[in-house]
Design a protein. Structure first.
Lengths: 352, 297
């Protein structure tokens, strides 16, 4: 029963990402990528969730209330997206069916490799210190029906919110899903989100391979080598290690989805597909800031490394302004965190 | 990054960090070789995609002075390696390999090049399951024994919430499964105990009774029996779970703890608290739901 429920949650999540992402990528009469839409939708979903979650959390209202409130934007996004883009989805489904018929070997190989990766990540036992915080946060939130007011490590009540983690509301979303579906926190985090993150990372690899090579054999070869790299480029610190052993963690999403997606957007810019690129980049940056506090240092650096040289080489100073706008979420979070760590302020978990 | 910090290593920090990051794998070296190949033989698009970013990375993230400068503003010693993720190793290395292989005209040479690339990828890496494949024992992905211990303790305590001491791995895992199991030791305290001994001053610190529990059960330091039970009392810790054959098993039995059950590798001890420590979650029902913060400086 748990497996069926978990698979249903995976399916619903992908539908939600598609619904949220369509607002940013699907335009009538223009080509759009399903993988890019779902990936952008992933970050849009978490960005909107943070906007809904933070006021509820900072006024110490219960998780059950957040769960009910969160259903509203989800339903609205799905309905509006279906009305606005339902026809485009149908056309895309037919295109994909055609693609599968004509590139059966490529599609089958990609599906098998992705499933092997996802299955390995789901069935493997790995002990990580960080899970002690992340997963226990979900179980604690669900158990106490509150949001981040109890210490995940011990269960003790906290006087003020731990700002290092509090803006990374990705785990609160897991709590909401657990509350809504009754899934155990360990299954939601270590199986459902593991499956989703692994699938999405592999889907982005496929997108990149096909952008590099029209020829399917070459694209498949590149994809296989990318998969092999993830198996072999392992130390305690590489993003591949995070993907393979700590898949569901926010850091893994930053290293394996956000950074890859930022590269894809940069690639699109180089290829001249620059319409709305900085809006998509902003969504990725904002969404990533709500997934992990690691984003606050890595994402501004990654955006600057790729896009600042572009602005100078192509003599486009306006791009610098856009880059700055995109990384504002991370910069704000960084300032808030530094002020908190230096002891300038505290946000309390009870009215004072 | 474990054991490496900017303060101690100065401009040597970056290289030490990179050394730990790559951990004997050849992928970063392959990335540099691929950059050179792209610079020499790559198309205009390839060069635009990979080279400007790489130059910026070499001038900043891979510049030994960069972490030293940043460290003056932020303490980045433990997280600097995450900047290394920005280099698109997973994209550039496979891309260049495929482009090189398929650029060879002779079929035989192409197959040989393909095999060579595979050997480089495999021999130049550390296999993720190189130390063995550890399959999860259940859908929760925690040890079956931990689930068993949780149910033994809850059956025995008869209260909704109870507080316990577990050893390292179980201490980190139990609350992922069982939020009604409160812990007397948090993660950072435990990690400290694994690395440092406790001084006499720390052991007599009444504000931190957990020091005595950790000194005895993690560091095997000498602790007075009464001081230990006082620490359990003060923290409201009713259960202690230790591996079978733990060197302090005899000590805690003499201190008044007694076995209430065991599993294949662990023993569960109970301590009868002199004073009841009933745990009640904070009541928010009458709270005014307003944002509350305070400027401290």
């Amino acid at each position: 029963m748990i497996i069926i429920k978990a698979l249903a949650v995976v399916f619903v999540n992908f539908i939600l990402y598609l619904a949220f992402g369509s607002f940013f990528t699907v335009r009538s009469g223009r080509k759009w990528s399903l993988i890019l839409t779902v990936a952008i939708g992933f970050f849009a979903y978490y960005a909107v969730f943070a906007l809904v979650c933070l006021p509820v959390m900072f006024t110490y209202r219960p998780l059950s209330l957040l769960t009910r409130i969160w259903l509203i934007p989800c339903i609205l996004a799905c309905v509006c997206s279906l009305i606005l883009y339902g026809r485009q989805w149908k056309i895309k489904a037919l295109e994909i069916a055609w693609d599968i018929r004509n590139n059966t070997l490529f599609c089958a190989a990609v599906a098998v490799i992705t499933l092997i990766f996802a299955a390995l990540a789901v069935i493997t036992y790995s002990f990580t210190l960080d899970a002690a915080y992340y997963v226990a946060t979900v179980t604690t939130n669900v158990d106490t029906n509150m949001i981040n007011v109890y210490d995940a490590f011990t269960g003790n009540w906290m006087d003020h919110f731990e700002l290092r983690y509090v803006f990374a509301t990705y785990y609160v979303n897991d709590s909401v899903v657990c509350r809504l579906t009754g899934l155990p926190a360990l299954v939601e985090t270590k199986s459902v989100m593991t499956f989703i993150v692994m699938t999405m990372a592999n889907a982005l690899y496929v997108l990149i391979c096909r952008r590099f090579f029209e020829d399917r054999t070459r694209a498949l070869s590149m994809y296989i080598l990318m998969a092999l790299t993830n198996f072999m480029f392992i130390s305690l610190y590489t993003s591949s290690d995070f993907l393979m052993t700590r898949t569901y963690e926010g850091k893994s999403i930053v290293g394996n989805i956000s950074l890859i997606l930022i590269f894809v957007l940069y690639m699109m810019l180089i290829d001249g597909e620059n319409r709305g690129i900085f809006i998509k980049l902003f969504v990725v940056c904002l969404g990533t800031a709500t997934v992990s506090s690691t984003a606050n240092m890595v994402i501004p650096a990654a955006v600057a490394v790729l896009f600042v040289p572009y602005a100078f080489i192509h003599k486009k100073p306006l791009v610098l302004v856009k880059i700055f706008a995109c990384i504002i979420p991370e910069l704000v979070m960084m300032i808030v965190y530094v002020l908190y760590v230096k002891g300038y302020f505290a946000i309390y978990t009870f009215p004072r | 990054m474990q054991g490496v910090n900017v303060f101690e290593n100065g401009i040597g920090y970056m290289m030490k960090c990179l050394h730990l990051y790559t951990s004997g794998t050849g992928y970063f070296l392959m990335y540099l070789l691929c950059l050179m190949l792209i610079a020499v033989k790559g198309s205009k698009r390839d060069r635009q995609l990979f080279l400007p970013g790489a130059v910026v990375l070499l001038l900043t993230v891979y510049n030994p002075l960069f972490p030293v400068l940043i460290d003056r503003v932020f303490d980045i010693s433990s997280e600097y390696y995450r900047f290394f993720w920005i280099a698109p190793v997973i994209i550039l290395v496979p891309y260049t390999a495929v482009k090189t292989i398929y650029g060879i005209k002779s079929a035989a040479a192409r197959v040989s090049a393909g095999l060579l690339v595979l050997i480089m990828f495999i021999a130049g890496g550390n296999f993720v399951y190189g130390n063995g494949f550890d399959m999860a024992q259940n859908e929760y992905k925690i040890p079956d024994e931990l689930i068993e211990i949780s149910s033994v303790i809850h059956e025995d305590s008869g209260t909704e919430y109870t507080k316990a001491f577990f050893e390292y791995e179980y201490n980190m895992e139990i609350r992922q499964y069982d939020p009604k199991m409160l812990l007397c030791i948090d993660r950072e305290e435990y990690i400290y105990a694994m690395n440092y001994s406790y001084t006499a001053e720390m052991l007599s610190d009444e504000d931190h009774p957990t020091n005595r529990i950790l000194a005895l059960l993690v560091r095997n330091q000498e602790v007075d029996r009464e001081d230990f039970t006082d620490a359990l009392e003060n923290t409201g810790t009713q259960y202690v779970v230790l591996t079978k054959g733990h060197p302090q098993a005899g000590f805690i039995k003499k201190a008044g703890l007694y076995e209430i059950g065991d599993t294949k590798t662990h023993v569960i001890y109970r301590y009868d608290l002199r004073q009841e420590h009933a745990y009640e979650p904070v009541d928010y029902s009458d709270a005014v739901h307003k944002f509350s913060w305070r400027r401290l400086k």
